[in-house]
Design a protein around this ligand. Structure first.
Ligand SMILES: [Zn+2]
Length: 212
C-alpha cells in the first residue's frame, strides 16, 4: 500500500503488524477482544478496559519498587567474615572506579538511567492524558517511549545477578535484601506491562482522550 500520499490523520487509521509488516485498517473492538494479523495471526492490539487508570496505577507501583530497589543493598555477601553489601548503584560505580568506564556507563544506563527515564516518561504522559492537557507533549513522549523500550533489559540484569549468586553458593553466605525483592517485583510488573500494554493501544488511548 502506498503511504507517501496519505495524511497523518489517514495514517493514524492504519496499523502495521510488528512481525510481518502487513498494513491493516484499524477497527473498533468490543469488550475483551483482540485484533489479529490476517497474514501471520499475531496479536495487533487488544481491547483494554480502563487502560489509562490501570496503566497509571501499575506505573506508579513500578516507580515505588524501583526507588526501593535503589535505596538498600540487593545482596549481602559474607565471604569468610568479610561482608560486602551490593546495591544497584554500587554495581556501576565500582566498575567506573576500577576504570572500566565503558562497561560502567553502559551498566548505569541500562540498570538505572533507562528504567528511571521510562517510568517517569510513562507516568508523565499518562497524567497529561488523565488531565487532558498538552497533547503535543504526549505525542513526543509516546515517540520517546517507543524509542527507549527496545533498550529495556533490566530483567536480563536480574537473571545475571541470580546466575552470579548461584555460582557463589558454597563459597560464601548470601543474604538477599529488601531491594532484591523490590527489584524482582519491579521486573515482574515491568514484564506484565510490556506484554499487555502495546504502543498501538497507547496511541489509540491518546486519540480517544483528546478527541472526546
Ligand atoms: Zn503479521
Amino acid at each position: 500500500m502506498k503511504t507517501n500520499s496519505l495524511s497523518t490523520t489517514e495514517l493514524d487509521k492504519l496499523v502495521i503488524c510488528r512481525k510481518c509488516a502487513t498494513l491493516h485498517k484499524k477497527t473498533v473492538l468490543t469488550r475483551k477482544t483482540k485484533a489479529i494479523c490476517t497474514t501471520c495471526h499475531s496479536t495487533l492490539y487488544r481491547k483494554h478496559e480502563d487502560l489509562l487508570n490501570k496503566s497509571l496505577a501499575l506505573s506508579i507501583t513500578t516507580l515505588i519498587f524501583f526507588i526501593t530497589a535503589n535505596l538498600f543493598p540487593i545482596v549481602t555477601i559474607d565471604l569468610s567474615g568479610s561482608i560486602s553489601d551490593i546495591s544497584l548503584t554500587s554495581v556501576f560505580l565500582t566498575m567506573i572506579e576500577k576504570q572500566f568506564y565503558f562497561a560502567g556507563l553502559l551498566c548505569a544506563f541500562v540498570i538505572f538511567l533507562l528504567p528511571f527515564l521510562l517510568i517517569v516518561n510513562f507516568i508523565t504522559l499518562l497524567l497529561f492524558m488523565k488531565f487532558k492537557i498538552n497533547e503535543r507533549a504526549v505525542k513526543k513522549m509516546l515517540v520517546v517511549l517507543s524509542t527507549l523500550l527496545p533498550w529495556n533489559m533490566v530483567e536480563i540484569f536480574l537473571i545475571s545477578i541470580l546466575v552470579a549468586m548461584v555460582k557463589l553458593i558454597g563459597y560464601a553466605e548470601i543474604h538477599f535484601g529488601i531491594s532484591f525483592w523490590a527489584l524482582v517485583l519491579f521486573v515482574l510488573i515491568d514484564m506484565y506491562m510490556i506484554k499487555n500494554i502495546s504502543m498501538i493501544a497507547l496511541w489509540g488511548l491518546k486519540e480517544r482522550v483528546y478527541e472526546s
